[in-house]
Design a protein around this ligand. Structure first.
Ligand code: AMP
Length: 129
C-alpha cells in the first residue's frame, strides 16, 4: 500500500529495521551516509535499493530537512554504488517513488537503482494516459 511522503517517521519501518540489523539484507555497499542492498523482488537483473542512514521518510522530507553534508554524502554514495557494480559503461536508471501517486510503499527514503539490461521507456503508459 502506498504511503504519504510527508508523514512522521516510523522507526519500525522495514528499512529502519534493516539499518539496525534486525532484518537481514544482501548488502552491496555501505559507507557513513548510506546502505545499499538487493531489492527482495527484483525488477531488472540488477535492482538495488540505496537508503540514507538518517530517519528520512521521503525525498521530500530529505531535501527539505537534511544537512548539506548528508545530502551530498548520500548522492555520492548512490553514484558509488553504480560504479562499484560496474554499471557505468552500459548505464543504469535511478527511481525514487514518493508518496501516494509515486507508489512509495516503504516510508524510509530509498533510491531504486536498476541495470543489467536496456530498460526501455521511462513510464508504463496506461490506455488513455
Ligand atoms: P517503493 O514501492 O518505492 O516503496 O519500493 C519498496 C521496495 O522495497 C520494493 O521494490 C520491495 O520489493 C522492496 N522491499 C521490501 N521489503 C524488502 C526487504 N526486506 N529487503 C529488500 N527489499 C525489500
Amino acid at each position: 500500500m502506498a504511503v504519504s511522503g510527508l508523514g512522521a517517521y516510523d522507526d519500525q519501518n522495514i528499512f529502519a529495521r534493516i539499518l539496525r540489523g534486525e532484518i537481514p539484507c544482501r548488502k552491496v555497499y555501505e559507507d557513513s551516509w548510506a546502505l545499499a542492498f538487493d531489492d527482495i523482488s527484483p525488477q531488472a537483473p540488477v535492482h538495488v535499493l540505496v537508503i540514507p542512514k538518517g530517519r528520512w521518510v521521503s525525498i521530500a522530507d530529505f531535501t527539505a530537512h537534511a544537512s548539506e553534508a548528508e545530502i551530498a554524502g548520500f548522492w555520492r554514495a548512490v553514484g558509488a554504488v553504480g560504479k562499484q557494480l560496474g554499471l557505468e559503461p552500459a548505464g543504469y536508471r535511478l527511481l525514487v517513488n514518493t508518496g501516494e501517486d509515486g507508489g512509495q510503499e516503504v516510508a524510509h527514503l530509498h533510491v531504486h537503482l536498476f541495470g543489467g539490461r536496456p530498460l526501455g521507456r521511462m513510464l508504463e503508459r496506461p490506455a488513455g494516459g
